[in-house]
Design a protein around this ligand. Structure first.
Ligand code: GDP
Ligand code: MG
Ligand code: ZN
Length: 309
């Protein structure tokens, strides 16, 4: 028996990193899932037990260790099914850019709701710090620091093009951990990966290429070992946004960390914090304790189809 960690999935075959290096493995027969209805039984990040197949260099996956956590998105193929993107994640890095392209606060808050719901600590990485900012850009950058840092989401500026930035500022954050790297297309995820993992050879694309149709390739998440840091980075290509899977209206405010502490204090126990009288959350927004942008994004998410049954 061998154990290892799934680092890549290509449909029917999985690449599993074992003590002696990567091997190819597959599932045999039906694999029972517990609870969740999944379209993929094995995900990147899973710890698995392997059995050697006869006369071959290949293995069969015998068992998947219970997952500490995972990120999922709704299946696009099967109703009420989820697709596991990755599992056993210690932290998430949301890469954003102020310009080329500009990341919206709405997108950031949606992502944070997801990682809160999956209980994954999240850092916001502002990439392309080498580019000069205009006035609006400066304002957005300041907003990012002012809004998210007090909530417990560190906001770090870096340039994926500058090796020195990465080794000194970024590398130590990865040490000993499995990190999910996410963000819009074009923010620089692949560039960063290529710098940290020389063997990754991720294709990077010019921003101009993104407007063209057909660039949204559906690829699987892939995990990369970062040499010397005992770390893993999970790249999530093609995933625009994950999560927010059947979150009940009542539940959404629990994933806005600054709202949690006031949740029992509204006049009505089933308060949605939109226009109800005696709403403590609205009061706290008016008093300046909850940022108006965050509240606005809360209301937007509440009104989205996704958050309804
Ligand atoms: N100026 C600047 N450009 C960057 C930086 N990081 C990435 N880019 C460029 O942004 C474009 C998209 O990068 P890519 O890594 O493919 O983004 P991904 O879609 O998130 O993987 C490429 O042209 C990169 O060269 C950076 O820190 N500064
Ligand atoms: Mg990429
Ligand atoms: Zn309320």
């Amino acid at each position: 028996m061998k154990t290892g960690r799934v680092i890549k999935s290509t449909g029917s075959w999985y690449e599993v990193l074992t003590e002696t290096g990567p091997v190819r493995a597959r599932l045999r027969g039906k694999f029972k899932q517990q609870g969740l209805k999944l379209t993929n039984p094995v995900a990147v990040g899973d710890q698995v037990t392997l059995q050697a197949e006869s006369q071959q260099e290949t293995y069969t996956i015998q068992e998947i260790a219970p997952r500490e956590n995972y990120v999922i998105r709704k299946s696009t193929r099967k109703a009420h099914h989820a697709h596991i993107i990755a599992s056993n994640i210690d932290q998430a890095f949301l890469m954003v850019t102020i310009q080329q392209p500009r990341t919206s606060l709405g997108f950031i808050d949606r992502f944070l709701v997801s990682t809160e719901s999956f209980r994954i600590p999240t850092t916001i990485l502002v990439n392309k710090a080498d580019l000069p900012l205009n006035e609006a850009g400066e304002e957005l950058l300041q907003d990012l620091h002012e809004i998210y840092e007090p909530l417990g989401y560190p906001v770090l500026e870096l340039s994926a093009l500058h090796e020195q930035d990465l080794l000194e500022g970024f590398g130590p954050l990865l040490r000993g951990k499995t990190t999910l790297l996410s963000g819009h297309s074009g923010v620089g995820k692949s560039t960063l990966l290529n710098q940290l993992v020389p063997g990754a050879r991720q294709t990077t694309k010019d921003i101009s290429a993104y407007s063209a149709k057909g660039v949204h390739t559906t690829t699987f998440a892939e995990m990369f070992a970062v040499e010397g840091l005992d770390a893993f980075l999970i790249d999530t290509p093609g995933i625009k946004e994950f999560g927010v899977l059947d979150i009940e209206e009542q539940e959404l405010s629990h994933y806005f960390v600054e709202m949690r502490q006031y949740l029992g204090e509204c006049k009505y126990h089933n308060c949605r914090h939109v226009s109800e009288p005696g709403c403590r959350i609205i009061e706290r927004v008016e008093e300046g304790y909850i940022h108006p942008y965050r509240y606005e994004n809360y209301v937007n998410l509440l009104h989205e189809e996704d958050t309804h049954r």
